[in-house]
Design a protein around this ligand. Structure first.
Ligand code: ADP
Ligand code: ZN
Ligand code: ZN
Length: 677
């Protein structure tokens, strides 16, 4: 009897065993999608092994119901990648593999499956077909540094990780495109995977890719696509019609049988880390995937993650540098100036220095960007009389004031309510907005710059599809004088006429307790600052701060990522923080904090002597209550990754038992390599 081992989307430590009926034997291969019974349901699964021996009584095995042989099996590298992800992130293989399938394969096929597959296959991917591969030539020759980078990537044989470090505009994208072109030219079936943090904000990346490879077939994968579109794009990659796949983090699991090169642009970006479910890092998995497929991988960034920088410093990644801005033409000088808010206290959020600079830039017919990392009108409203402040009823956090529609909103859980007419505790009608958000700054700018065309870009202004793109296009077209926004303004276009960037409030993050806060802040500020200086004229970046001599700001002013990164690495080494230790975070949530902490306490006790693995005390999470649930965390770390991994396997089985036996129920989650602690 042939037995199929099948993974399904369920928390099962081992693949399930099913009998493979005679009639299905010809169709079934390792990697085939299939339909199997699970309890009283029928579910999609993937055959991961075919054997003749079962670990249980063969007579009691249930049978595979259908093999989906209309679609070619997934290859060994894909299976290995999903298996690794399950093990590494402490989930089950099937919990990674099945959700990674496109919508059309994730559920058992219906009666007209083949017809719908054919329709998906006919959808156009990119502009052309895989049969032709001629890449269009770029309009310019690569500069010396770009050539060196391309040659290095091109010469790499087998698994070879590279870090391409260069500021925005230094020509990294041209390096990716040329390296991809060479791989595609060398092997008529080769495929290239390009991961980007966000596709909607960077439509020009896709446009450049399509322009460069008009005939190669470009599949695009991100979570915003309708189900049928996502299935069509996935199939095009799986079946080789797409030679290039451009996608967000989920695309790291695309099926690419002829994978020849992986590129991760903006590799430091937090969006590569999945926020729920299996908390994988697409950047880290891209490295693993390249290793499994024995191909080169390029991580590109102006501000590499400190972990990535450490790998380059240790010589594990080849470091490639683009020191100068490409693009040709005159590059204007960019001056970064700190505005000491103790000497020049902001009025309506704006210091006198910033006001003056804005007025001057507009008088010269130039544009300005104003960055404030807070949306809404004000982060909180308060009662002058009794000290009441607006808070989310479900979270341990303030509720922000949104003036346009007169609401209080929680930026964590989405809770909203009308702004009260009077203080809910004392009845006082003098409620005051405290602090500044993008909306309030927009209002202040209108006061300071009468007649100026001011636009705002943040999550609220971009609820409609294409709104972000339209706002950026308007700046590009010169229809906007001042764009105020959150870090969304940092991405996207080359703004030709921006000569002033004002950073209003970086101090909160400057003093944040999270050890990764500095690297995030540095990355954001450098990116925001990078929006100036494209015009060929002198440009200025003004940073309002109480800490004008802070080393991070000094490094920013000098554009000195390397100095900043090395100093961060030294600090992390002396404090024994990642990458010098490896961490995992166990979190629980319950209606009552005592229960959330109780389960963690029991989990900690159950660990006993964990050897080289260190367990910290359970503590409430920084955002203690979220959407009505109390949350707690327990940090586990070790200098040895293998020891941590081995420990987690046994310990999490105990944690599962402890949580299951606890009354009332407590939900728990494990995150390996947590990014926020
Ligand atoms: P990055 O990806 O590092 O932000 P890009 O590759 O987008 O940089 O390059 C920035 C700009 O410079 C683009 O408009 C690009 O077309 C142009 N560019 C890149 N390399 C060269 C080059 N060697 N010569 C002329 N222009 C270039
Ligand atoms: Zn009051
Ligand atoms: Zn809330």
């Amino acid at each position: 009897m042939t037995i199929a081992r099948v993974v399904v989307d369920a928390p099962l430590a081992q693949p399930l065993e099913y009998a493979l009926p005679e009639a299905l034997q010809a169709a079934a291969q390792i990697g085939s999608c299939c339909v199997v019974p699970l309890g009283r349901r029928q579910v999609s699964g993937i055959v991961v092994a075919l054997t003749h021996s079962a670990t249980v009584d063969q007579a009691r095995l249930r049978a595979v119901l259908r093999v989906v042989d209309e679609v070619a099996p997934l290859d060994a590298n894909w299976l290995a990648l999903t298996a690794f992800s399950g093990t590494y992130y402490q989930h089950c293989w099937g919990e990674v593999a099945v959700p990674a399938l496109p919508p059309a394969l994730r559920t058992p096929p219906g009666p007209r499956f083949l017809a719908s597959l054919q329709r998906l296959r006919q959808r156009e991917v990119g502009a052309g077909h895989a049969a032709t591969d001629g890449a269009a030539q770029p309009a310019f020759a690569l500069n010396a540094e770009q050539c060196t980078a391309v040659e290095a990537i091109d010469a790499a044989v087998g698994f070879a990780p590279h870090l391409l470090h260069g500021v925005t505009g230094s020509g990294k994208t041209e390096v990716y495109l040329e390296a991809a072109a060479r791989r595609l030219a060398r092997d008529p079936r080769a495929q290239v995977l390009l991961l980007v943090p966000e596709i909607n904000l960077t439509p020009q990346f896709e446009a450049r890719l399509r322009a460069r490879f008009p005939h190669a077939g470009v599949a695009v994968l991100h979570s915003g696509l309708p189900a049928a579109e996502r299935s069509a794009q996935w199939l095009a990659a799986h079946e080789g019609r797409a030679r290039l796949v451009l996608g967000t983090r989920l695309a790291v699991f695309a099926s690419l049988p002829q994978l020849a090169l992986i590129v991760v642009d903006e590799e430091h970006d937090a969006s590569f880390k999945a926020g729920d479910g299996v908390r994988y890092s697409a950047r880290d998995l891209a490295i693993k995937r390249a290793q499994l497929a024995r191909v080169p991988v390029v991580l590109g960034s102006a501000t590499p993650a400190i972990e990535t920088w450490a790998q380059a410093q240790r010589g594990r990644y080849v470091l490639l540098r683009l020191a100068a801005r490409a693009g040709g033409g005159a590059q204007g000088q960019v001056q970064v100036r700190m505005i000491d808010t103790r000497e020049d206290p902001p009025q309506q959020g704006l210091t006198q220095a910033v006001r003056t600079a804005l007025q001057a830039a507009l008088a010269r017919g130039e544009q300005a960007l104003v960055f404030i990392n807070r949306r809404g009108y004000a982060p909180v409203i308060a009662c002058e009389g009794c000290g009441w402040v607006s808070q989310c009823v479900r979270c341990s956090t303030f509720a922000a004031y949104h003036k346009g529609d007169g609401t209080l909103r929680c930026h964590h859980c989405g809770w909203q309510a009308r702004v009260p007419r009077a203080c809910p505790t004392c009845g006082n009608v003098d409620l005051r907005a405290v602090g500044h958000g993008t909306q309030r700054i927009e209002e202040a700018l209108a006061d300071v710059l009468p007649g100026a065309r001011i636009a705002r870009l943040d999550r609220d202004s971009t609820r409609k599809r294409h709104a972000a793109r339209d706002a950026l296009d308007a700046v590009h077209a010169g229809e906007t004088d001042v764009l105020v926004g959150t870090q969304m303004i940092a991405k996207g276009h080359d703004f030709q006429r921006v000569t002033l960037v004002a950073v209003l409030n970086a101090d909160a993050q400057l003093v944040a307790p999270d050890f990764r806060a500095p690297e995030r802040l540095f990355a954001t500020l450098l990116q925001v600052a990078g929006r100036a200086g494209r015009s060929g004229r002198a440009s200025e970046v003004l940073v309002q701060t109480r800490y004008p001599t802070h080393p991070l700001l000094a490094a920013l002013a000098a554009g000195d990522y390397v100095g900043f990164a090395n100093q961060q690495l030294a600090e992390r080494e002396s404090a024994q923080l990642p990458p010098f230790v490896h961490q995992a975070l166990l979190t629980t949530e319950a209606r009552v904090m005592a229960h959330a902490l109780g389960v963690l306490g029991a989990a900690r006790d159950a660990a006993g002597d964990a050897g080289v693995v260190r367990l910290f005390d359970p503590v409430p999470m920084p955002l203690e209550r979220l959407a009505g649930m109390h949350r707690a965390q327990l940090l586990v770390e070790s200098r040895q990754r293998a020891a941590l991994q081995a420990f987690l396997v046994g310990w999490l089985a105990q944690v599962a038992r402890i949580a299951a036996e606890h009354r009332p129920r407590v939900r728990w989650q494990i995150e390996v390599d947590p990014q926020q602690i």
